[in-house]
Design a protein around this ligand. Structure first.
Ligand SMILES: [Zn+2]
Length: 77
């Protein structure tokens, strides 16, 4: 059992194997980069954690999140 726990930035719930929202690719990390189009010297980053399904459900409907592909990629490692 992993002693680290993560809180989903969308639903506020913990991300663990026992949560019904959890997917086998969780926990997922999202990295926000400020000033993306500018030079790295004026960029800043912040990391978030989330259930992949909460992330997917938050995005605009036409933005694909390939959860099945992520899971398949993990199985192949
Ligand atoms: Zn969540």
């Amino acid at each position: 059992m992993n002693a680290l726990t993560y809180q989903c930035c969308f639903c506020g719930e913990g991300i663990g194997d026992s949560s019904e929202k959890s997917n086998k690719v969780d926990p997922c990390s999202i990295i926000l980069i400020a000033n993306w189009t500018k030079h790295e010297s004026v960029q800043a980053e912040q990391q978030f954690f989330a259930h992949v399904n909460c992330f997917k459900d938050t995005l605009w409907k036409n933005v694909p999140v390939e959860v099945g592909e992520l899971a398949l990629e993990l199985e192949q490692k």
